[in-house]
Design a protein around this ligand. Structure first.
Ligand code: URA
Length: 211
């Protein structure tokens, strides 16, 4: 359970996120938000990047060292693999919005705490609501778990469409999880499954376009 200070930060985050009417507002609100200590150790805010209107939203976990330095998501080795996967599936990066659950790098790339995730979740949910993508691709179990409210691990979750309910949107968004590119860099034998997943997403977006 969240400590009282965390409950206050979660409340403040919800209120601040809800008040943002545009992505520019949301970025400004995040720049001003003081409820998460990760901000103090991070070099830069890593807000979302890419399309402001979808059709695809890609959600990772947290920025790494390269992202922290540049203030942009998925620009390091994981980002290069993500780009290659997307290109291969015919998904162009400029038709996707790419963001993370956490907009600040945890020191030394440690795993984010449940409190940090709970505090920052309203902001990523709001970013998704403002983009209104046709589909969401979760990279890794932790982003999927956070926004799908499930305890299932990525090995079970991956490759299957789920409904992702987002505050402020009347309809859930179809969402699919796959392995995180950082995991694939360590375990290249699992790429086959991830590439299948990304093709599934590309196929659905093509169908949505021709429908
Ligand atoms: N890993 C993530 O989850 N996000 C990034 O932006 C980079 C690496």
């Amino acid at each position: 359970p969240a400590a009282p200070a965390d409950a206050e930060s979660i409340f403040a985050a919800r209120e601040a996120a809800r008040a943002a009417e545009t992505l520019a507002d949301l970025r400004a609100v995040l720049e001003a938000f003081e409820g998460c200590a990760l901000k103090r150790t991070a070099a830069n805010l890593v807000f979302g990047d890419g399309s402001e209107t979808g059709p695809l939203m890609v959600v990772g976990e947290a920025p790494g060292a390269d992202e922290d330095r540049q203030g942009l998501p998925f620009v390091g080795p994981s980002g290069q693999l993500l780009d290659a996967m997307m290109r291969w599936a015919g998904l162009s990066r400029d038709r996707a919005r790419i963001a993370n659950i956490l907009p600040w790098r945890p020191p030394g790339n440690r795993t984010p705490t449940p409190q940090e995730v709970a505090i920052m979740r309203p902001f990523i949910a709001r970013q998704i609501a403002l983009v209104r993508p046709k589909a969401i691709l979760f990279l890794g179990g932790s982003s999927a778990k956070t926004l799908l409210d499930t305890d299932e691990g990525v090995t079970r979750l991956r490759g299957k469409w789920r409904d992702c309910a987002i505050d402020g949107l009347s309809d859930p968004i179809p969402a699919l999880a796959t392995f995180h590119p950082a995991f694939l860099l360590r375990q290249p034998g699992r790429k086959r499954e991830a590439w299948r997943d990304i093709l599934t997403v590309a196929q659905r977006l093509r169908e949505a376009e021709t429908a």
